[in-house]
Design a protein around this ligand. Structure first.
Ligand code: NIG
Ligand code: FE
Length: 411
């Protein structure tokens, strides 16, 4: 099957040589082929270039993209989009002045979601999550990482991961599963967190690994949640069993989470509101992608991670949605582009790099996704009629995605 898109006003984020990520000053550059064509064969990118250079090709479908841009789909490398119910009650508590930590300590927050999830049948979780996937697809996401972590019991964690496995099987999106057994402390373990860590290490991780239910392992390593030592124990066991680490770190305090992530060659460390010179130096000599979650910082009214400082230090920066019912109830990556520019002072080109190729690295799919390169999966979208690529973050709140293609097929 061949699909040809012609007369593209700008084919964005093209690569002649595939890169692993984009760092520092290079984040300002996004390669754009003007007046371009894009040829797709059997779900993969076959060729692209100037429309005027296009030789005679046979295609089953030809699409005219006059006045429109084509971009690689967003890769959303951090979400919790399998969840039960919603938490707008806490949203009101927050408006009235309670902090995220205060809500968590009074049995709300993640504990509240865990209670709801335990009582919700697998089929319902699946249907709700599938609906969310369909929505984010319409907004341009083509790959998504999904975490467990609202289970708290072994049984409920396995239930969440089975839902993610079923989503992988039935959704056209590229999906990665992340086991986040240590997301919160169940009430019955409040006074003995180590005993819960024992359970994650001795019971949950072996089961998850044996059943092949996860690609990654995650820990919420932060003040009031899990310590560096506890994180160390869980990552050690996870890595031993073939799970790649990705860490929630430094959202609430300088927790040491970044350092422990780097120690384990984590694919990414995420959140990073409390990142200082020491953490930046540690990331500089690592393979770990610093990942900022602008939706959560916006929604919880937190201080912003020092994105510009990281870029000036030569680091890459990735940005993901953190789609979850507590701290970021939206998976709209176009909004993340706007937050990146307004709140973190990224240029639109930097924001595009942060949400495509760098997030592709952070979810271990950069071989296949995150740019327009020959041989990569044909996951891309055609915009509405827009004047420039800068218009994408500028015109916030409106969907600029007109047509979506995943694995070369229109959705
Ligand atoms: O990434 N920080 C920890 N976990 C999630 C929030 C989950 C929730 O509040 O339900 C996050 O923001
Ligand atoms: Fe998260």
């Amino acid at each position: 099957m061949r699909l040809l898109i012609r007369n593209i006003k700008g084919l964005v984020q093209t690569e002649q040589n595939k890169r692993l990520a984009v760092c520092g000053k290079d984040m300002q550059n996004v390669e754009v082929v003007e007046n371009a064509y894009l040829l797709v064969e059997d779900g993969r990118i076959k060729d692209f270039g100037k429309d005027s250079d296009l030789l005679q090709v046979n295609a089953d479908t030809v699409i005219d993209a006059t006045d429109r841009f084509v971009l690689p789909s967003f890769c959303d490398s951090h979400t919790h989009l399998v969840y039960a119910g919603s938490r707008e009650v806490e949203y009101i508590d927050k408006i009235k002045g309670l902090s995220y930590e205060e809500i968590a300590q009074s049995g709300g927050g993640i504990i509240n979601s865990a209670k709801k999830l335990q009582q919700t049948p697998e089929e319902v979780l699946y249907e709700d999550a599938m609906q969310r996937l369909e929505t984010i697809t319409k907004y341009g996401t083509g790959a998504v990482e999904i975490k467990s972590g609202y289970g708290f019991t072994t049984e409920a964690e396995l239930k969440m991961l089975r839902v993610i496995r079923k989503l992988k099987e039935n959704s056209p999106l590229t999906i990665k599963a992340n086991f986040l057994g240590a997301h919160g402390v169940p009430l019955e373990y409040k006074n003995n967190i180590d005993a819960f860590v024992d359970k994650v290490v001795n019971e949950m991780i072996p089961k998850v690994a044996d059943e092949g239910l996860a690609d990654f392992i995650d820990v919420f390593c932060d003040r009031g949640f899990f310590t560096v030592e506890q994180t160390d124990r869980m990552l050690y066991e996870g890595v031993k069993r073939g799970l790649k680490p990705k860490i929630h770190a430094n959202e609430l305090a300088a927790s040491g989470g970044i350092q422990i992530g780097v120690k384990y060659n984590a694919l990414s460390v995420d959140h990073l509101e409390y990142t200082g010179d020491e953490e930046i130096a540690c990331l500089k000599n690592s393979l770990t992608m610093p990942t900022i979650l602008p939706g959560a910082a916006f929604f919880l009214n937190m201080q912003y991670a020092p994105a510009r400082k990281m870029i000036e230090a030569g680091l890459p920066v990735a940005m993901a949605s953190d789609y979850n019912p507590g701290s970021s109830p939206s998976g709209n990556m176009q909004l993340i582009l706007t937050f990146a520019c307004v709140n973190y002072k990224l240029l639109p080109q930097e924001a595009i790099n942060a949400t495509t190729i760098n997030t592709a690295y952070a979810m271990d799919v950069v071989e296949d996704l995150g740019s327009i390169a020959v041989g990569k999966k044909a996951n891309f979208y055609i915009t509405t009629k827009i004047p420039t690529i800068e218009y994408l973050p500028y015109s916030y709140g409106e969907n600029k995605v007109e047509r979506v293609f995943l694995n070369g097929k229109e959705i």
